[in-house]
Design a protein around this ligand. Structure first.
Ligand SMILES: NC(=O)c1ccc[n+]([C@@H]2O[C@H](COP(=O)([O-])OP(=O)(O)OC[C@H]3O[C@@H](n4cnc5c(N)ncnc54)[C@H](O)[C@@H]3O)[C@@H](O)[C@H]2O)c1
Length: 494
């Protein structure tokens, strides 16, 4: 069983990179990176479209990141309002907009405590960015859409499948443009991998995928409450928060979020679906609260107490046009080992990619000569510089390996251990690096779609995001009953 996923619309995204004139500077070539020329969106300027009056709801870490990402878009956005029930987060973002997004502000940015008041008082707002905790995505998207607004809502669409399903319905009921914040869909490097490498068959039949987001314990320290910054209990309750501690640490609670598999896995499991334009047929998952149980940590302070599993491993089975594909995904919040990336493994080659530009390798299997793809002004691949061999996957390190010794019981060195290594694979790189923030092209894609009132321009519509949400959240069925989950057609339908 497979369901269709919308192909990406790449129009307009190319302005955030330059594939024709890569500068390989001596400083970066040692790290195996190619920099796009500094032809940034701002330097280029661009055809001005209609200016969209925008508002931001949720001025926390991600809301501010969207503001910063948007600042690189030269025209088309005018910030007119921000909304957050917490002044402590709201006012600094409004202030920063005035300074750092100068070209996107024409007067004071109005501040509101509630989305309801904001939408009532400023009917001229055309687009709303939602970056609140996940449980508010569905009601806030519906509210904004029902008032005739277009909506950019952060991932995970919702912490429940019902919430995500309602968002799809709201998208159908109202006319606004509705984008979900899976920003990899608009990232030129990801689009290059999908369109020019995977779809063109360079990797051959892709039989396996792998993805991981490993994050060390320092990332989950409990967030405190700054002095005299409590939100009144009635306001917290109005939006479903039990208390200030939960409001601050909403990610730990099922009521507000979907746990690390949703928070981090949302981006990467979505890539399995998107790259192959399909959805999985089955899933097996294991995981649990392995560490964050609220007991005393090794540093003498209490650990966070997660309601949802802090470590999850998922095995998906897909039926692609080429055959069976299995995908393994892990989210570990107790080790930062090897960071976060996705890997696509085919019989002719494999590709490793991440939002972090450090992870950018494509390897040819023996007997695949890819030199023809590295020619011309617009190459599909470029050769990895020989000097860079510190990539831990298929390529050996180039520093001297100490000769392995083993010792017999008398302590006398014996012969060298017999460790056979496969021949290193032929290393290549994707010749595209984003020269703006990871969210910038996605925000730009949304704004262009709003300007042109054309939902087909969106790289990440709600239906595709809904399918990803189902793909991820069904892991909890397996965790509950310890059994494989077989997806049905109905799971992915609304
Ligand atoms: N796309 C990405 O790469 C990415 C990265 C991080 C987070 N996110 C998503 O962004 C969202 C926000 O995450 P975050 O890390 O910024 O969380 P955060 O806790 O830092 O910020 C959430 C903000 O929402 C505000 N808020 C809560 N209830 C509100 C309400 N009723 N009305 C208005 N504002 C309200 C809070 O006061 C806070 O300022 C989440 O959905 C998260 O999954 C996306």
């Amino acid at each position: 069983m497979s369901t269709e996923i919308t192909p990406p619309q790449t129009t307009g995204l190319s302005r955030f990179m330059d594939r024709r004139s890569f500068i390989r500077t001596s400083a970066v070539s040692g790290a195996g990176l190619y920099l796009a020329t500094s032809k940034s969106a701002i330097a280029q300027g661009e055809k001005a479209g209609r200016t969209i009056k925008c508002a931001l709801v949720g001025c926390g870490a991600q809301g501010d990141r969207l503001r910063v990402a948007a600042s690189k878009i030269p025209s088309g956005i005018e910030w007119v309002a921000v909304c957050d029930i917490w002044k402590y987060n709201r006012s600094p973002v409004a202030r920063r907009m005035a300074y750092e997004n100068k070209h996107q502000v024409s007067g004071p940015v109005a501040e509101y405590e509630t989305i309801e008041e904001m939408l009532d008082k400023q009917p001229e707002i055309e687009a709303v960015f939602i970056a609140t905790p996940d449980h508010l995505h569905a009601p806030f998207s519906r509210l904004a859409l029902s008032k005739g607004k277009s909506v950019y809502c952060e991932k995970m669409m919702s912490n429940t499948i019902e919430g995500a399903r309602d968002m799809v319905k709201a998208g159908r009921e109202f006319n606004g443009i509705f984008q979900i914040g899976h920003q990899r869909h608009s990232n030129p490097r990801y689009i290059h991998l999908r369109e020019k490498i995977i779809k063109k068959g360079l990797l051959g039949q892709v039989t396996h995928c792998y993805g991981q987001w490993n994050r060390g314990v320092s990332a989950s320290k409990p967030l405190g409450i700054p002095k005299n910054q409590e939100i009144p209990t009635e306001m917290l309750a109005k939006y479903g928060f039990d208390n200030m501690e939960q409001f601050r640490n909403w990610r730990w609670f099922a009521k507000y979020g979907g746990g690390p598999i949703s928070d981090l896995g949302a981006h990467q499991i979505d890539m399995f679906n998107w790259m192959y334009e399909t959805t999985p047929v089955s899933l097996f998952a294991t995981g649990g609260v392995d560490y964050y149980d609220g007991t005393m940590g090794p540093d003498g302070t209490p650990k966070a107490k997660f309601e949802l599993p802090d470590n999850v491993m998922c095995l998906y089975e897909y039926k692609t046009a080429q055959g069976t594909m299995r995908a393994y995904y892990q989210v570990l919040t107790t080790t930062g080992s090897q960071g976060y990336y996705e890997k696509h493994m085919g019989v002719s080659g494999s590709a490793i990619i991440s939002e972090s530009p450090t992870y950018n390798q494509v390897y040819a299997e023996p007997s695949n000569d890819w030199s023809e793809y590295a020619t011309g002004d617009d190459p599909i691949l470029v050769k990895s510089p020989d000097s860079v061999k510190n990539k831990f996957w298929e390529h050996p390190r180039n520093w001297a390996k100490p000769a392995p010794k083993s010792y017999n019981v008398t302590g006398v060195a014996k012969a060298v251990a017999d460790a056979r290594e496969s021949k290193a694979l032929d290393p290549w790189e994707i010749p595209v690096i984003l020269d703006v923030y990871p969210h910038t092209p996605h925000v730009a894609n949304f704004i262009e779609s709003v300007q042109q009132k054309d939902p087909k321009k969106l790289t990440c519509n709600v239906m595709d995001s809904f399918k990803s949400c189902v793909t991820v959240l069904k892991a909890y069925e397996c965790l509950k009953n310890g059994q494989k989950y077989n997806f049905t057609q109905a799971d992915f339908e609304v």
